[in-house]
Write a protein that binds this ligand. Structure first.
Ligand SMILES: NC(=O)c1ccc[n+]([C@@H]2O[C@H](COP(=O)([O-])OP(=O)(O)OC[C@H]3O[C@@H](n4cnc5c(N)ncnc54)[C@H](OP(=O)(O)O)[C@@H]3O)[C@@H](O)[C@H]2O)c1
Length: 314
């Protein structure tokens, strides 16, 4: 059932989150238009999905609610161009608090500025909605211009399908700091460094790269699924007694005091704003460190081992 407080929603950025959110909102009965740069991939993809597509400022002018789903580093520039077109009493929805916490975006005093952050990738948000399920979401209010910003955020999250799984009220600071920490310590940085270090340890000791890959990387999904479905205690019920003894006696040696100190350091850099300043300088310089490390990773023997182990071409 469509929420009448939403009116027309302009989705800016038809990428990972934007496409999933636009489709879920439309299926929930919300009137959705897309704002995209002319001649780029997002415009064509949104048109192929039968959305009306406008230049970003035009889309904002036609909407009561704007979903800012462009990449975080692009949001300040996009908002500077389109923010003036926001209707009085309008609302802006962000999927991550990064620019609300660290940025200096200017919003009209009467606008509602809210955070609706689904707890997973757009692909999963979309898949769960198609199955009649949902992804939990965090909600926060950055600015309550109407006095009804929480209700608007909830209406938007429900139209995404997130209400089926749970809406968690938080603050922009908590969502942003915990999200950054989670991706640095575990979900992206920690995981990639852990599997790479394990692969290098085995291959340096003379073990076959393909078997090292299958054991330390490929199987991670099966165990992550168990962890997701049953928690740590449930996972431990599903592994062999040998694996369990290795878990309880070796795991905290691998992730020991030095890893905990590194986690505390990463968290301190997030909380002080040092990480955001470092990232802003990296973006301003054209992301040289990011490009260098991604290129180095693509050449790592773990990639060739993956292709051979899984029988993939190339
Ligand atoms: N990735 C996720 O699933 C995920 C999960 C939770 C939260 N979030 C948050 O969701 C937001 C969007 O992230 P995302 O990963 O979905 O972004 P994304 O996939 O990288 O792409 C966003 C889209 O923005 C468009 N875009 C880029 N620069 C633009 C500009 N200057 N003007 C207009 N459009 C522009 C791009 O289209 P064109 O280049 O074709 O114009 C692209 O399709 C971020 O705040 C992110 O933190 C993302």
């Amino acid at each position: 059932m469509s929420d009448p407080t939403l009116g027309t929603v302009a989705v800016l950025g038809y990428g990972n989150q934007g496409a999933a959110q636009a489709l879920n909102l439309r299926e929930s009965g919300v009137s959705v238009i897309v704002g995209a740069r002319p001649g780029r991939g997002a415009e064509a993809r949104a048109q192929a999905a039968l959305f009306e597509v406008f230049a970003p400022a035009d889309a904002v002018r036609r909407a009561g609610v704007v979903a800012m789903l462009v990449p975080d580093e692009a949001a300040p520039g996009v908002w500077a161009e389109v923010g003036g077109a926001l209707a009085g009493g309008g609302a802006v929805v962000f999927a991550h608090g990064y620019n609300l916490l660290y940025g200096s975006l200017a919003f009209p005093a009467g606008a509602d500025i809210v955070l609706v952050a689904p707890t997973g990738p757009g692909r999963v948000l979309r898949q769960l909605h198609e199955r009649g399920e949902g992804l939990p979401a965090y909600l926060a209010v950055h600015q309550d211009g109407s006095g009804k910003a929480w209700a608007r955020a909830e209406g938007y999250a429900n139209a995404l399908g997130c209400g089926r799984a749970g809406l968690w009220r938080t603050t922009v600071r908590e969502e942003t700091e915990v999200d950054l920490f989670g991706e640095q310590a575990v979900l992206c940085g920690g995981m990639n460094a852990l599997v790479t270090a394990a692969f290098e340890t085995l291959t340096a000791a003379g073990y076959s790269p393909e078997i090292a890959y299958l054991e330390c990387v490929h199987q991670l999904k099966f165990l992550a699924d168990l962890l997701h479905d049953r928690g740590i205690t449930g996972l431990r019920e599903g592994i062999s007694s040998t694996a369990l003894y290795g878990d309880v006696t070796r795991g905290s040696r691998v992730i020991g005091e030095s890893s905990r100190a590194a986690m505390a350091q990463a968290l301190a850099e997030i909380r002080s704003g040092a990480f955001a300043r470092e990232l802003a300088a990296e973006v301003a310089a054209g992301q040289p460190a990011t490009r260098r490390e991604v290129a180095r990773g693509a050449e790592h023997p773990i990639e060739a081992a993956r292709r051979r182990a899984l029988g993939l071409a190339g």
